[in-house]
Structure formats: C-alpha cells, structure tokens
Design a protein around this ligand. Structure first.
Ligand code: BGC
Length: 947
C-alpha cells in the first residue's frame, strides 16, 4: 500500500501519467476449463477472459504466477512457476510449465496482461487448482461391497437391493485439511454423519470400467467433527452392473452386468491435522455392510423403496451394527486407469413445480410438470403403513388423457414407495435413477397431493451456459426453448440419444450431428473432453468408431455405421474449433489416424464407397440418413462424403498441431476422395446419381424398400457443406437443392444426417428465404409441425405424434436432440455469429434480418474470450444492429448491400475508408473489421436487396 502511494507521489512529481497501468484485467480464471478444480492433468491448462473499457483492446503479453500459498502469491513469490512476461495474445489453455506437481498439491495462481500499448493491467484475483492422486499407489483403499444378487426377485427384471456400507472413525484433533477421494464400480452416494457429500448425481459417472474409472474429490474438512464420526455409503448397480440400453428388448444374451455384477466402493479419507499429523482412512475389510429400504435400484428401471426397511441411524455414530455383515473385497484390475473426473458432474440444474394435478381415480393422480425433461421427482405425502405408492412416468398423453408409456419399451421406468405410515408425512426422492418425462401418474395415494407436494428435479451434466437466443417471435423462441431443454435432458453424463426409453446411449451419429449446436448453447469443453475419451476407449479393433460410447455392445450385431463412426473425428474437431483446444487433437491423434486407415483399407484403394460397400454391417449400409422421409440417399454415397469430410478435418487438425506432413497427407486423401466421389456419384451435368439397382429390393437396408436416389436434399446439402464441389458445381447443386425443397412445398425430406447442413447451406448459397420457409413451415415434416402438436422438446421423428395417427409404436422419443441441429443455423445465420478461427478469436457478424415476422433478435455466445452479442431490430424502415465484441478478439461485420453512405455507425455516418470488400460465402461483401467494444449500426431497409 505504502509502496503504491510512494510511486503515485513520484509519478505526480514527475508529471507522468498517474498510473502506468492499463484497465485490462483477467477474470473468470479457469484451469482445465473449470473454476478452482481438482485435476490430475500434470500440465494443466490455464485460461482467462479479459475485461477493459478501452475499445479494440487486446493482449500483447501475459504473466502467470503460481505459488504454493495465497500469501506467497500475494507477495509475488511464485515458488511453483513464474511464466515471466510472455508476449502474444493467447489467453486460453496455457500449459502450466513450472515445477513438477505432486499428488494433492494445491496451486494458487494469478495472471496479468499487457494491453495493446504494452502497458500491464493489474493482477487478477487469485484462483486455485488442486492436484488429484497421480500415482496408483496413492490409493490405499480396496474395493468393498456386498453381493446381494441372490435377492433379486423379479421375473423380467432381476433387481437386487442396494448395498449400504458403514464404518465409524475417530477424528483425533483439529483438522487443517480433509479430502475424500471416492469412486465406485457402479454408483455411490457417500455420507458423513448422515449428510450426503457433494451435490452430484450418478457418480462416479460412466466410462468403460475395464479401461478407466473416475473418482471425485471432496473437501470434507467441515463435515468431520472431533471424536467419533460415521462414514456411510449407499451403492447401486448403475451402468456397471445394471440394465443397459435395449439389450433386454433385442434379447441380447447379456442384458445387465456388462462390466461386473457386484457394485463396490473405493474411498479414502485423508485427514491432515493442524499439528501436522496425517491419517488415511481407506475402505477395507473392516467396513460393515447390509441392505435396507432400497429394495430395487436401476438407472433404467427405477427404484423400489420400502420405508419400513429403513436402517434408522445407520449413518450416525453409535449405531448397533451387529446384524451387519463383513464386506467382501473386490479385486482390482491392473490395467484399469484411475483418474480424476474430467467432465462436468450431473447435478440438479433446475426445479419444476407442477402445472396441473388431476385426480384420475380413487387414489390416482396425473401430474403435468409442464415440461418434458430428464430427472426425478421429490414428493411429500401422508400414507398409511404399508401403502404402496407407484409413480409412472411418461412424456405424452393419449388423446383420451391417459398416460402414454409404451415408448419406454423395456425400460420399466417406475418408482415404487412403500410407506411407513409416519403421521407427519413422508418425503420421497429416488436415488440412482432418472426418467425422461413430463407427466407423472401416481397410484395408491390415499390422502391426495397438493401442488406444493411435488417437485421435478431436473438433472443434467452441469455444463456452463454459454448461449442465449431470443426474438420477438413466439414460435422461434419456442423452438429455441425446445432445443435447450432437449440438450439439457441429453447432455447427461454422456451425450445420450434420449432420456426415457431403454436406450440412453451415447449414440455417435446423433452426437456428431448436434455437437456444434451444443457448443453454442453451453460450454461443453470439459464434458466433451470426457466423452471423446470414452469414444476412443470404445474404438473397435479394426479402427472404426462404434455406434455408441461408452458401452459394450448391447446387441451382438451392433458395430459401426457411416455417419455415426465419424464422431471420432467430428466431435474432437468441434471441441478444437469451439475452444481452440489442440490438446484433444494430440491426445487422440493416433486413434483418429487409425480410423482414417480403416476408411482407406475399406475403400480398397478406390477412395469411394460404392453402392453396397457397407453391406457387412447391420443394418446394411449403416443407419444412413436415419428417419428421413421418402426415397433414401444411398448410405454409401453419404459414407464417401463423410470420408472426404473426415480427411478435410484431419488436414485442418494436423495443421493446428503443426504437423505439415500429416496435413498434406490428408489433403491428398481429401482430393482423392472428392475426385472419386464425383466420378462415381455424379453425371456429366453434375447431378447426383446412384446405381439404385445395386441395392436390389433394398432388404436389410434402413427403409430400403423406399428405393434409393442420389438427387436428394440430403445429398446436396451434405456435399456442399463438406466442400466436395468446386464453386461452379456448388452453385448448380445449391440450385437443385433449393428446387428440391421448393418442389416439395418448402418441406424437408432430411433425416439425422441431412438436417444439420440443410439450412446453413441454403443460407450460405443465397437461399436464405427458403431456409426461413423451412423454419416457419408448420406442415409435416417440420419443427413447426412438432410445435403445433404441443412439443416443448425436440422429437425423434418428424411424426412422433400426429393428431390423426397418434403415436407410431416401437421407436419414438419426444426428447431427442438430433433434429435440434438447426440451432447452428439460428446462431450463425439468423443472429449471424460465426467463428472464423478456433475459439472465436476472429468471427463474422453476418445476420439475416430478412424475415417479415421477426422484428428483433438478440443472441449471445460466451466464447473462451468472453461474451459475443449480435442483436438486430427492425422499426419501420430502420434496421439497427448491436454488436458486442470481447476483448482480444476481432469481428468482421458484414454490411448490408446498401450504399455504405446510408449506414450509420455508432451514431455517425460510416467512414468509407473503414469499409473493406471481402470474399465471404462466395460473394464479395463490404465489411468493417472491429476490435473489442460495443457497436451500433443502422440503415434503411428500403435500400436492401437481400442480405
Ligand atoms: C437411437 C438413435 C440412434 C439410432 C441409430 C436409435 O434407437 O435412438 O438416435 O442414432 O438408433 O440409428
């Protein structure tokens, strides 16, 4: 303080500018994408955002200090790492390069940045990270459990009770620091003195348990008390030993216990006393086990809870555990990795109160939660001892008001509570399960249910919100709402297809088609990093990426499919593009190359997949343009396009990690595939063709009986999107694409693979008006059709419900994000925020304010550099654009095709010399490039001729 005063006085005396300090400040400090995390990454990456009131501000250098204590950090004594001043604009994912870090080490860090004038800003507030357990031998704990498999009674579902484990310990003195490292084969809840530790659900998460297992670290310093403490844990079967996917439905020889059959806990409590003594309490054979009220417990099938079997006091000290059994220890697999959970934990992210409760029988009620979501209920009621209260869950009602549950297929998806008859009422909230639902049917409730008696706990992986999108058009807002809720319901531990039926698998095709949309709505960097590891763990021996990950095959014949397997390339690529993450590329490079080798071998040196090339998989050709309408785009044609696209992405990723050789290799592959594609799948005119006869009667192919055709919306949209065509051919193809849509009454024929590129391609080739017609289409198949039929999430099928036809049976979900990939177009075209370099270091602002029914729109996206805003408003003839550009980034604003002297820029006439023509989306456009700040542009609509 005194020093500062002194320098101020000296500065004043000398008459120099008072503070030689910039207002540039680092905020939102993150380590491995998280705020103050525990990580076991030995060179964790540090990131921050910058704030400054100065326009066009950017960073010219930074300095990071890392110390072993806050005090040292404050004094500027970086005993772990002083990066010294590093010149450059990088603010994201800077690898720690200080002293080697040890298990359990706590690192405090701060950063300051130099501004565009090379003046330093002040230091950031301190942040921290903590190292997890880096060595296998840091683990002293054994896996312990209780085998209750003989108690599974059900006929169709064999569901044993949930084991309870306990141990009392002595805390010998005041605690300086206490950490709980905990994981399980299966699912665990850990309690200390009766309180659940942490807010996470479904821990430790889903991985290929044979290869890796994640653990959580909790600071439990405040949960322990001097003297006796009770440690307790409830286990469940989870993804490890429970039912998975549709194994039961398809009569797979194995329907559960895919990884093992006895859930087991591995936990160690490490206490450091203020006197310096350390103590580790680890799970071992001195723990006791029993089972109690959780009679059945399964993610897909739900819970049975008998309150009469509660083990009152089991999680407190002084409990009489003589009836409890000795635990069994489960042996360790030497090759299994133990790692700190890298993703975002599943948490309660919102709470819903019911919209309506209707009595439907003597003791039965139907509750409308007002929104389809993934989660559980928390409910309070009075009941007599022994009353069975059954909760069923469904997404939709039949026209006669009855609950529809058929689409859950073999997922029993019910919770059952057997009351103890507490005169004060009972509260029930199931564990270790979740459901996808809007409606809850309760049966067996004698005393009714008030609106305040039931809550919907919305569960999702807690990926930080990164996007907002709002217009003055209720329909568009509803669509965005549906997208957000569907993403939230399905970004749940892994990117699942749907949260309700006997599936909930990390389907790779859905994931790759939707991932870019996902990044616009939420920061999925950590979630995606975790899932890409799952995906690579699941790579098949031949190099193909599987249909879903993680998961063993839940159907024997499930292998790989074009359009699905490329998730192994597309998903990490998107993490790289959205966040500028190159480590994900390096980490998985050899596996991605193995996949590219698989494609090369598979194409037999021809670099094209001709008709029937994938006849060996089931269904033949793979899933193709899944759930499309009408004639099928040949799956092999799509496979070839995806091959070219994968090579293109590999080329780009190789350049990003500085591997020129690999880049030119994949460039060559890309060129070869393009040439072979054109030769085989186009005619002299450039129209897309295929040899439909090769597929015979189409049997064995998805919707093969509908016949195959090359000249389809899906084919052109993908070919243009994936850059398979030169510029003249692109224009031709775009014209055909537009014609196909118009001739079809401005309706789509696209399925999962066709939807994603559809609107972006139309807009980017000059057919935005058609894109808007598709957006606003209300007839089947369209988003509008779903919304008109009451959708509040995105449906799996265009016709998941029709007033005339009801619900198609078999496979039908109302919460499936694949068709939500229109989100990408909403942000990139309607709002016009488009990244042009990884992490949005540079981006375009090119909105399309052309539709008469939208008068205002505002979208924001929080990139790794900070929040970007693009908003536009139409008032009479005047269009106003408001743009916010984060510090350290550059935006290129595309001007409307109106004489530039008609444009007002920040209240003044636009200065002509700032306008630069640029080639964007195949057209030369006038642009203004700006640095950080807020900009307002306005112009008269009358001068517009398409934007
Ligand atoms: C899933 C999908 C998935 C598909 C494969 C379905 O059962 O729900 O979304 O991609 O199978 O075609």
């Amino acid at each position: 303080m005194f020093q500062r005063f002194l320098s101020l006085a000296v500065a004043l005396l000398l008459g120099v500018s008072v503070y030689a300090q910039s207002d540039l400040k680092a905020v939102y400090l993150r380590c491995e994408y998280k705020i103050n995390p525990v990580t076991d990454v030995t060179q964790p990456r540090l990131s921050w955002e910058l704030t400054s009131a100065v326009t066009s501000q950017y960073q010219t250098g930074y300095q990071i200090l890392v110390a072993t204590s806050v005090a040292l950090l404050e004094e500027g004594k970086a005993d772990l790492w002083d990066s010294k001043k590093v010149t450059g604009e990088t603010t994201s994912q800077i690898e720690y390069a200080g002293k080697p870090l040890e298990s359990r080490q706590i690192c405090y860090w701060k950063v300051r940045s130099w501004d565009k004038k090379n003046v330093p800003g002040s230091w950031s507030e301190p942040a921290r990270w903590e190292m997890g357990l880096l060595q296998k031998n840091d683990w002293k704990a054994s896996f312990i459990g209780l085998n209750l498999n003989h108690l599974g009674k059900g006929k169709e579902y064999h569901l044993p009770p949930a084991p309870f484990l306990r141990k009392e310990i002595d805390v010998k003195g005041p605690i300086k620091k206490a950490r709980l490292y905990v994981t399980a084969l299966g699912l665990y809840e850990f309690q200390i003195n009766g309180r659940k530790i942490g807010n996470d659900y479904l821990t430790p998460g889903w991985t290929d348990y044979n290869k890796r297992l994640y653990y959580q670290t909790f600071d439990v310093s405040k949960d322990l008390k001097l003297g006796k403490n009770a440690l307790g844990s409830i286990l469940s079967y989870g993804w490890y030993a429970g039912y998975l996917g549709y194994a039961l439905l398809v009569r797979n020889p194995v329907v559960k216990n895919f990884y093992g059959d006895v859930p087991a806990l591995k936990a160690q409590l490490e206490i450091e006393y203020t006197n310096g003594q350390k103590e580790t309490i680890a799970t071992d054979n001195t723990w006791k086990a029993n089972y109690g009220p959780i009679v059945e417990s399964d993610i897909l099938n739900g819970e049975v809870y008998d309150a009469n079997k509660e083990l009152t006091g089991w999680n407190q000290t002084g409990y009489n555990e003589t009836a409890w059994k000795k635990v069994i220890t489960v042996s360790e697999k030497a090759e299994r990795l133990f790692q700190s959970f890298p993703g975002d934990p599943v948490r309660e992210v919102a709470r819903l109160t019911p919209k309506n409760i209707k009595q439907i029988g003597a003791k039965a009620y139907l509750i409308d939660m007002g929104q389809n979501f993934a989660g559980i209920i928390k409910v309070r009621f009075k009941a007599a001892k022994g009353d069975s209260i059954l909760f069923r869950f469904g997404e939709m009602l039949y026209p006669d008001g009855k609950l529809m549950t058929e689409n859950l297929r073999k997922a029993r998806g019910t919770d059952l509570y057997i009351a103890k008859g507490d005169p004060n009422g009972e509260i029930y909230e199931p564990r270790f399960t979740y459901h996808g639902f809007q409606y809850v049917q309760v049966e067996g409730l004698q005393n009714g249910l008030g609106m305040q008696d039931i809550l919907g706990l919305v569960l999702s992986s807690a990926t930080p919100k990164a996007g907002t999108f709002e217009t003055d058009n209720a329909f568009v807002n509803q669509l965005y709402h549906n997208i957000i809720w569907t993403q939230q319901s399905n970004y749940l531990e892994v990117p699942t297809d749907c949260p309700q039926r006997d599936e909930r698998l990390g389907w790779t095709g859905d994931a790759q088609a939707y991932v870019k949309s996902a990044t616009l709505n939420n920061d999925i960097a950590a979630f995606g990093t975790k899932w890409v590891a799952d995906l690579n763990d699941a790579q098949l021996p031949n190099g193909a990426y599987p249909l879903y990950a993680p998961a063993p095959s839940v159907r024997k014949t499930d292998t790989y499919s074009p359009g699905w397997m490329e998730a192994g390339i597309v998903y990490p690529y998107q993490i790289f593009r959205s966040y500028g993450d190159t480590r994900i590329i390096k980490t998985h490079w050899s596996e991605m190359k193995k996949f590219m080798q698989f494609l090369e071998t598979k194409s037999k040196g021809e670099y094209v997949f001709k008709e029937t090339a994938f006849a060996e998989v089931d269904p033949k050709g793979g899933f193709g343009d899944w759930l499309s309408v009408g004639k099928k785009t040949p799956p092999d044609m799509l496979a070839t396009m995806y091959y070219a696209y994968s090579a293109q992405l590999m080329q780009e990723m190789a350049l990003a990690i500085g591997d020129e050789n690999e880049a030119s290799h994949f460039k060559e592959i890309n060129a070869k595939v393009k040439a072979a594609f054109l030769k085989h799948y186009t005619n002299a005119e450039g129209r897309f063709i295929c040899n439909a006869a090769a597929y015979g009667d189409g049997r064995g192919y998805v919707d093969g009986e509908q016949g195959f055709e090359g000249h389809t919306q899906t084919a052109y949209a993908n070919a243009i999107f994936m850059n398979l065509l030169d510029s003249t051919h692109t224009l031709k193809a775009a014209k055909w694409l537009n014609e196909l849509v118009v001739k079809n009454g401005n309706k789509l024929t696209t399925g999962f693979l066709g939807v994603r590129p559809m609107l972006p391609v139309l807009s980017n080739t000059g057919y935005s008006e058609t894109a808007y017609k598709l957006l606003f289409q209300k007839e089947y198949p369209s988003w509008g059709f779903e919304i008109q039929n009451g959708a509040n999430t995105i449906w799996e099928r265009w016709n998941s419900f029709t007033k005339e036809g009801g619900f198609p049976a078999g496979m039908n979900s109302f919460n499936h994000y694949a068709f939500g990939s229109i989100c990408e177009w909403m942000f990139e075209n309607m709002a016009g925020i488009k990244e042009t370099s990884p992490g949005f270091k540079t981006f375009l602002i090119q909105p399309e304010p052309m539709n008469a029914t939208i008068n205002s729109l505002k979208a924001t996206h929080r990139s790794v550099y900070g929040s970007i805003t693009s908003a536009w408003q139409k008032k009479g003839d005047l269009i106003t654009m408001t743009i916010e550009v984060p510090v350290n980034t550059t935006a290129t604003i595309c001007l409307p095709p109106t004489p530039t002297n008609n444009i007002t820029f920040n209240g003044k006439a636009l200065v002509a010399s700032t306008v630069k023509p640029k080639w964007i989306n195949r057209r030369e456009r006038n642009t203004v490039t700006v640095g950080s700040g807020k900009y307002v542009l306005s112009y008269k609509k009358s001068a517009l001729s398409g934007f």
